[in-house]
Design a protein around this ligand. Sequence first.
Ligand code: GLY
Length: 399
Amino acid sequence: MMRDSLEKEKTVDREWQAIADRIIKKESAVAARNRGRIPYTTESAHVFGDWSGPDRINWWTNGFWGGILWQLWQATGEESFRREAAAVEEKLDAVLMNYEGMDHDAGFRWLPTAVAHWRVDGDARARNRGLLAAANLAGRYNPAGAFLRAWNDFNDGRDTRGWAIIDCMMNLPLLYWASDLLEDPRFREIAIRHADTAMERFIRGDGSVAHIVGFDPESGAYLREYGGQGMGDGSSWTRGQSWALYGFALSYLHTGAERYLATARRVADRFIGRIPADGQIPVDFDQPADCPWRDATAAAIASCGLLTLARILRGEDCGGTASAASVDEAGAAKAQAAAESMLAAIDAQDADYDPAHDELLTKCTAAYHDREHNFPIIYGDYFYIEAIWKLTGQELFIW
Ligand code: GLY
């Protein structure tokens, strides 16, 4: 149903549509080769060609392949994409039934799978899965510090009971969705409290963003920030900046609270000011100038956030519940241009459209201090597709 209404939406820019067509051709082959799998990256970071699944069904990225399949279905109406997306969703039931395997990434797992499915056809089992995931996420709320706890006890030997991470801003839409569906404010209230804490504790004075913040889990007192997947304490891990940018724009869409729009704009301004001349985003904005490590996932996620911001600032409907109180054409144009410059850089310098290779983006990085850098990761492909779909008016609203 949503597909039909979006098809009428807007004039398509030919260049972006040509990119979308190349993606559809490639991903049709990729999906046919990967039936029954949930891809994460390639077999070897330096040998491109074959997707390899993560070794755990509860790995946080396991919703993104389903999201790619739903976006492909949205664009083509091809039933095989829908069938395979539903199969991925069903596989994730094993995670819902494993309390210890659940963490705050319920949004990343079930928004692009079960909730996407529900949005398309109101499927009752998909609705049930989305609500179970939302209830579990709400149960991670710690009222003492007003935050959603990220990971589980003693993650990698560290006491993480009081840790929250900026990535969680992207999980909040699962709570907004549950409240809207059930006409029950509890989930939304938790999301708002977490977003307010994130706004106060993660966003620095210059508009840059911390990855991890630690609170005392008993008293809720703020303790300190950690560098997490970035270069170090106080640095600007680029994917974290992107999660904040897109996440606060989405919290604005779902609540209409102007403070979230203002926060998304501050983070966006800082991000835009640090985009390098070649448009390729480093792993950390503070990494040494001669460091060749890139993270196209950060570019793709930030592009989705900036395109959403641009639509909000133009007063357009974005699939959520709010549009900006006052239209700002100049602000919208700035956000739009920054997103298009990063997407053009991915298209020209990074994307692999060869249907014989599984991956689309080749220069992604999971964490600055990891051994491997500049390799394909599934969520890079997901957000690149979502961004191109936004530009061509064929997106299925996921978040
Ligand atoms: N949410 C984990 C990451 O962005 O790597």
